[in-house]
Ligand binder design. Structure first.
Ligand SMILES: Nc1ncnc2c1ncn2[C@@H]1O[C@H](COP(=O)(O)OP(=O)(O)OP(=O)(O)O)[C@@H](O)[C@H]1O
Length: 624
């Protein structure tokens, strides 16, 4: 042995050289790991061998890059790099020292540092991250308006709030209302995105606030206030004019012929102007027309104005009677295509509009409604004073469009924009596992049975036991699946109904009524119970879930519908975008109530997207 050592063979030399290299490599790796804070967390055991899993940092480097001969890297040059190129780091440093805009709408003007970035969501990132670095100011403003009486609204409007919010002991403004009402009344300076231009036109506002935050009243109350003030001003002007005319008539020599002509003129009552409303509210669906119409009607008893909700589901006679009422009309609530077609044959209908409101603005400016919405906007512009766009989600395309078209727009943003309501929890059911083995319908039925069988929870905010009848919304991505899923659930003894665009209008109204309003729920529950009698006898021998009502729907049911009594939302399909996540989960947990979302994660579904949404919800962060 000793002799062998004394006389080294070439293979041993090679082995020891390799061993040295290996040790050196391991040391370098360990040092690097320690530098990145990873090495200390994982104690090493066994012999230190270079890991085959360590990725090279230089895969993207071309030989040309190495020689510094090429100026521009090719399109794939940065693939597999683990560190930013030196040039990019310089840019980042420069930006940081300059203090660039905050990354999201949820920090105090500081750059947001996420512990875990949205990797999966970045792939489908569609929401505009509305910046606002005056968060503290917004919060202070919200605190300042802790009662409706603090808004300088006309007295009948303040009284009417009680009619719009019955059954509430304390009626305090929500953050959306505290931010929007003073600004729409012209009280506050709001954040403007760009330098003021000299372009004339209506004053434009964007109200961006989370789902179920009372945006309807936030735009309705100041609009009605303005309408009423205009009405009073016009009346006073008319009276002044009448006095002047009378004085002029007495001053002039009596002309009998002139009297004759004036007697022939019709006696026009200027306060009453059929089919010439002062305010238009555009919404994307007939269901929302009915919902916003009901809120407007509840206010109209005290404020005294005429609201005309019109939708394509109404007959032509009903629409005509609503619009061309002899008593006049002040506020028209419609979908854009219907109103645009009416305005084409009666352009005068938009001649006196001073307030145009686009509720669910992201829908109204997307491909399906953009043409009719902009047509109405163009026709109304000459008389328009205020344009108000409202939405719980501001997609990038809308932000870009608004920045181009209305650079002076006032942006009214609440602190929780793009976040799922705080009291909503999100659970996941793995459909791939036993007992479902990929059967989503079975998983859905089982989840609803579990919800139905669970005892009502005590809710301290409402101070009473939870409602005995549980209402569950099931969202699917495709309209065709609504009927199929609803039928399967019915077979499993669940009271489920499909709700989509082709559902019979009267049935649709009944289905929704039981989900949107507790008072209606009692009435419609009775009628539905009577109607469902034959089904019950058919299912008499089956196990049924008596205290649970289910609606299976698509996006149609997710936009703006005020499903206050819904505690559970089941996402049968993983939504395509975070926008859909926000609107679908936003049907529960409204106005600070508790809610639960359950995602059915089946084969091929994006588990990473769901995980990131859950994490963001846990941290109370805005989605991207
Ligand atoms: N100040 C308030 N206090 C208590 N409840 C309120 C208040 N303002 C509105 N609400 C109630 O909150 C519910 C949600 O209101 P609304 O439908 O206007 O929300 P939204 O912000 O438009 O929601 P979405 O974005 O989903 O359309 C309604 O039932 C409404 O009556």
């Amino acid at each position: 042995m000793l002799r062998q050592v004394a006389r080294p063979c070439p293979f041993c030399e090679l082995r020891s050289l390799l061993g040295q290299q290996t040790r050196l490599y391991t040391q370098v790796q360990r040092e690097r790991g320690e530098r990145h804070g990873a090495a200390s967390s994982r104690p090493r055991s066994g012999p230190s061998r270079p890991s085959r899993m360590v990725l090279s940092e230089n895969v993207g480097r071309t030989p040309a890059d190495a020689r510094h001969t090429r100026r521009k890297p090719d399109a794939f040059a940065y693939l597999n790099r683990t560190e930013a190129p030196r040039g990019l780091e310089r840019v980042r440093e420069q930006r940081e020292t300059r203090g660039s805009r905050p990354a999201t709408g949820r920090d105090d003007g500081k750059r947001r540092t996420r512990s875990e970035p949205f990797h999966a969501l970045k792939m489908q990132s569609s929401l505009h991250q509305v910046p606002y670095n005056n968060r503290t100011a917004v919060k202070r403003q919200i605190e300042q308006y802790d009662s409706f009486a603090k808004f300088p609204l006309a007295e009948p409007i303040l009284r009417a709030v009680n009619d719009a919010l019955p059954d509430l002991e304390y009626r305090n403004p929500t953050p959306a209302q505290a931010v929007a009402i003073p600004a729409l009344l012209g009280l506050l300076k709001t954040v403007r995105t760009k330098v003021k231009t000299k372009k004339s036109g209506p004053e434009a506002f964007l109200l961006a606030a989370e789902t179920g935050s009372g945006k309807t009243l936030a735009y309705l109350l100041p609009t009605l206030d303005a309408i009423k003030r205009e009405e009073i001003d016009e009346k006073e002007e008319a009276e002044e004019q009448a006095i002047k005319d009378a004085e002029a008539a007495t001053a002039k020599p009596h002309d009998q012929r002139a009297d004759m002509f004036s007697a022939e003129e019709p006696d026009i009552n200027k306060a009453v102007d059929p089919a010439r409303p002062r305010a238009i509210i555009l919404v994307p669906s007939a269901e929302l027309v009915a919902q916003v119409g009901a809120v407007a009607k509840s206010l109209s008893h005290t404020v005294k104005f005429r609201a005309a909700p019109i939708s394509a589901k109404m007959s032509a006679t009903v629409i005509r009677n609503q619009l061309f009422n002899v008593n006049g009309v002040d506020v028209v609530i419609s979908t854009p295509p219907l109103l645009a077609s009416i305005a084409e044959s009666n352009p005068n209908i938009l001649a006196r509009v001073t307030h145009l409101i686009c509720d669910e603005a992201d829908s109204l400016f997307d491909r399906s409604f953009k043409q009719s919405t902009t047509e109405i906007l163009d026709r109304a512009t000459p008389s328009l004073k205020k344009l108000i766009l409202c939405s719980a989600t501001i997609p990038k395309y809308l932000d870009k469009y608004l920045a181009d078209k209305f650079p002076d727009m006032h942006r009214l943003v609440t602190p929780n924009l793009h976040a799922i309501p705080r009291r909503v929890q999100l659970g996941v059911v793995d459909v791939n596992k036993d007992p479902y083995r990929g059967n989503k319908m079975l998983a859905c039925a089982d989840t609803i049975w579990q919800i139905g069988k669970a005892s009502g929870d005590y809710d301290p905010t409402e101070g009473k036991e939870a409602v005995p009848t549980k209402r569950v919304l099931v969202f699917v991505n495709e309209r065709e699946n609504t009927e199929e899923v609803a039928q399967y659930l019915t077979k499993k003894g669940i009271d489920a109904l499909a709700f989509h665009r082709d559902t019979d209008p009267s049935r649709q109204a009944k289905i929704l009524a039981s989900f949107t309003n507790d008072a209606h729920a009692k009435e419609s529950a009775e009628s539905e119970d009577n109607k469902a009698a034959p089904i019950k006898t058919e299912l008499a021998n089956k196990r049924t879930l008596p205290n649970t009502k289910v609606i299976v729907t698509t996006d149609l049911g997710s936009r703006g519908i005020d499903t206050v009594s819904v505690r559970h939302v089941i996402l049968y399909d993983v939504p395509h975008t975070t926008i859909d996540f926000i609107h679908r989960l936003g049907r529960t947990g409204r106005m600070g109530r508790r809610g639960r979302g359950i995602v059915l994660l089946g084969p091929g579904d994006r588990a990473d997207v769901v995980r990131e949404v859950r994490e963001a919800m846990f941290r109370g962060e805005a989605l991207i």
